[in-house]
Write a protein that binds this ligand. Sequence first.
Ligand SMILES: *[C@@H]1O[C@H](CO)[C@@H](O)[C@H](O)[C@H]1NC(C)=O
Ligand SMILES: *[C@@H]1O[C@H](CO)[C@@H](O)[C@H](O)[C@H]1NC(C)=O
Ligand SMILES: *[C@@H]1O[C@H](CO)[C@@H](O)[C@H](O)[C@H]1NC(C)=O
Ligand SMILES: *[C@@H]1O[C@H](CO)[C@@H](O)[C@H](O)[C@H]1NC(C)=O
Ligand SMILES: *[C@@H]1O[C@H](CO)[C@@H](O)[C@H](O)[C@H]1NC(C)=O
Ligand SMILES: *[C@@H]1O[C@H](CO)[C@@H](O)[C@H](O)[C@H]1NC(C)=O
Ligand SMILES: *[C@@H]1O[C@H](CO)[C@@H](O)[C@H](O)[C@H]1NC(C)=O
Length: 695
Amino acid sequence: MMDQSALMLRMTVLLVLGLKSGTEAKMDIISSKSDLEVGDDHLLLCKAGGEGEITWQKDSEDIEEEDKVSRVDETSSKLFIRKAKLEDAGSYTCLCDFDSGRKEQTFMNIYVHEGPSFGATQVYHEFLKGQDGVVPCLVSGQPSVEVRWWRSQQEIFSHDGDRVWHMQNNSLHIKDVRKDDAGTYSCQASIRGRPIKKILPISVVVNAPPTVNLKEAVKKVMAGADNNVSLLCLVDGQPTPNISWIMPGQYDPARHQFNSDRSQLTIWSVSRADYGEYICTASNKIGESTGTIELHVSEAPEVYVSADKETVSWGNNVSVSCNVTGHPFPQLYWINKQSRNIVDSISGRVYVRDGVLTIVEVAPSDGGLYSCMAVSTSGNASRDVAVITQPGPPQDVSVAPKATSLVFSLKTQPISGGTPIRSFVLQWRRGSAEKWEETLVPVSDPLAITSLTPYTSYTVRLAAMNAVGPGQFSTTQEVRSQGIREPDRPVLSSDEMKVDGNALSVPVVQLNSGSSPLLHYAIRYRQEKEGAKWKEEQRPADTSIISLSDLSFGEDYRMEVMAVNANGSSSPAKLSFTAPKQAAGMTKGGVVAIVMGIFLLLLIVVDATCCYTNRCGLLMFISAKVLGRKVPGLKTLEEGDGTNGDLNLKGLDTPRGSIHQQQTKEGKLNSEVTCDKAPLTKHEKHFGDMPTMEA
Ligand SMILES: *[C@@H]1O[C@H](CO)[C@@H](O)[C@H](O)[C@H]1NC(C)=O
Ligand SMILES: *[C@@H]1O[C@H](CO)[C@@H](O)[C@H](O)[C@H]1NC(C)=O
Ligand SMILES: *[C@@H]1O[C@H](CO)[C@@H](O)[C@H](O)[C@H]1NC(C)=O
Ligand SMILES: *[C@@H]1O[C@H](CO)[C@@H](O)[C@H](O)[C@H]1NC(C)=O
Ligand SMILES: *[C@@H]1O[C@H](CO)[C@@H](O)[C@H](O)[C@H]1NC(C)=O
Ligand SMILES: *[C@@H]1O[C@H](CO)[C@@H](O)[C@H](O)[C@H]1NC(C)=O
Ligand SMILES: *[C@@H]1O[C@H](CO)[C@@H](O)[C@H](O)[C@H]1NC(C)=O
């Protein structure tokens, strides 16, 4: 029903427009629209160019009804279509008989439609994934209605081959519904041939049953306060499924945490008790699905020992127990870390039973580190136990005696007993009736007993000492401390003595420096004559050749050499020699002649002496032959007194000339060395049998 006042307003507008139009011949039907919906009220105004009689026709038939047509003024008429019906559609003609006698007409087509309407069309559909879905669009309307399907600006055509297509009966067909088919579709209905259309949005929802997708069905973790594990249960489904979990243990909000959709369960600080099956269930209105995750929790081995250190006295028994934990359960071993051997369970002095290490009658060699080991696939662990006992007895002990001390030396260190040797106990006594005296020497110091009496016999022994205490003593030894001694007499090699002009050199050797090192050699020498003064000199201790110079030519000398140490000086080594006369340029033959001459003279003198004193000798023999009488006591030449031309001259008793000749020929002189035995100190009687070189 059209509002009355609105109708009046519209007619006024039409009138004004009509008045404005031009000439008589001009005719117009004025209408706000040409498409009417059934039930609409509508007004057509016919305007003529001049005054005249205006009549209306529909489809060339006069419209008679008074209530439809009415005259507005001299030049216009209106046609009123009330509650339009489909039959009202048609061609409306306005005719005018002008007062001038002219006739004019004009026409206008009016269409009437019903709809289109979607009636009971459902605007919401749910389909199950994988099935076929049909979305009907129920349209009605007159004249005929045309349907088109759209999805987001894209038309869906009626191609039979397509998965989603527009069926003949205007339904939308979705074959094998997929998740992405969900959304809004548009059913567009239009009146065929007319610009009349309506659109109905239709929602399509695709449902899917839940599925569970496990990334890992078996999860392995190590127990530990810092170890966390996440179990992931990925689910699919429409509507989005709810996830719930079933755990082997109690849910503990402090250790178990879910993410927002509960698809991930995190367990903090995994412990062995967390192992087991974790079942996640995904459910929605379509159905439910489950997945099972197996959680394996291994535990690193741990080792517990009853003590870290066992101190045990030599000969006693000791036991250390060990237990191990872990998953998988580890193997337990005891290892001797010195020998790197596994201690077996077979009975012996050292054995393991039920994880207990036992050492029966501990020996020093048992001392050291033992390790209880746990070995499993989830790792290894070990704990060390120190077993310590006293050290073993020192072996291979040698003792070097000094005057007031005895110095021990060890070829090998004693067995430590499992903890380092810190010191040695040195013991000594003079006789078995006496008490042992002892001293403690740190291992870094020389092993010496000091302040002993020189040249005394002692019984000695020593023992190593560690944190546990002193170990066994070494076997005892008898040693005598040395006497305090000055050096031995030096040895002068008179065979290698050289007298060259007024200089002498003779090698010297010191065989024994006594109880302290040699300080120097003291030398004194003087001419071999009445009232000659000693000249004294020193030579360093490392001297190997003693030399004298500025001797007087042709003089006999006596020299004494003494070795000196802190305890005194040795007895003197003595040497006599003659410095040669200054060379006179004599020939060899001359020398021989002189020697022969002197020899002959000597022979005669001796013989004469013999003759006069003992009535013997050559002269006596000759005189006896000449005088022809036997002289009593006559000795033959064969029985001579040994003066036989031997050039080996005998020391100081040899005539001077002979020595001189000997020296010029060989530059060498055999001298007599008078070796007096040095007086012994009171501690040194056993050195008294030194060989001497007395002539
Ligand atoms: C259209 O045709 C399909 C397939 O033959 C049928 O399932 C559907 O019910 C029909 N829709 C209407 C509204 O008749
Ligand atoms: C486990 O979680 C704790 C607490 O959040 C964290 O301190 C630790 O670093 C995590 N451990 C690992 C291996 O991520
Ligand atoms: C999913 O969980 C929510 C919250 O716990 C609950 O309200 C809903 O009913 C559950 N839905 C199903 C299908 O179990
Ligand atoms: C040590 O063990 C052995 C063997 O078990 C036993 O015969 C001995 O008496 C024990 N010794 C001590 C001091 O306990
Ligand atoms: C292992 O030893 C430790 C310490 O000695 C003890 O506390 C623990 O109970 C022992 N465990 C087993 C399983 O024997
Ligand atoms: C554990 O000890 C065994 C035997 O001693 C060895 O073979 C293995 O490599 C060790 N494993 C680890 C992780 O140290
Ligand atoms: C001998 O020499 C040593 C080392 O110098 C010294 O200790 C000792 O007192 C000396 N003895 C005598 C009797 O001079």
